[in-house]
Design a protein. Structure first.
Length: 62
């Protein structure tokens, strides 16, 4: 993978991470029922962990 592509990929993952973090806050603090808030929050938390793992895996491959 070229340096430009790797940088672009990390930038996209960082943007996704920011969007997921905002979505997590919105879901958990929203007016939805507890099941929706906790279920949606859990799904988003797993997605955040997956993105963080992918970012850390990419930076350690250098």
């Amino acid at each position: 993978m070229s340096s430009s592509t790797a940088t672009s990929s990390r930038t996209l993952l960082a943007a996704l991470l920011a969007a997921l973090a905002v979505a997590e806050v919105v879901v958990v603090t929203g007016d939805a029922s507890d099941g929706v808030r906790y279920g949606g929050g859990a799904v988003l938390a797993v997605a955040i962990l997956a993105v963080v793992y992918r970012l850390s895996k990419g930076s350690s491959a250098r």
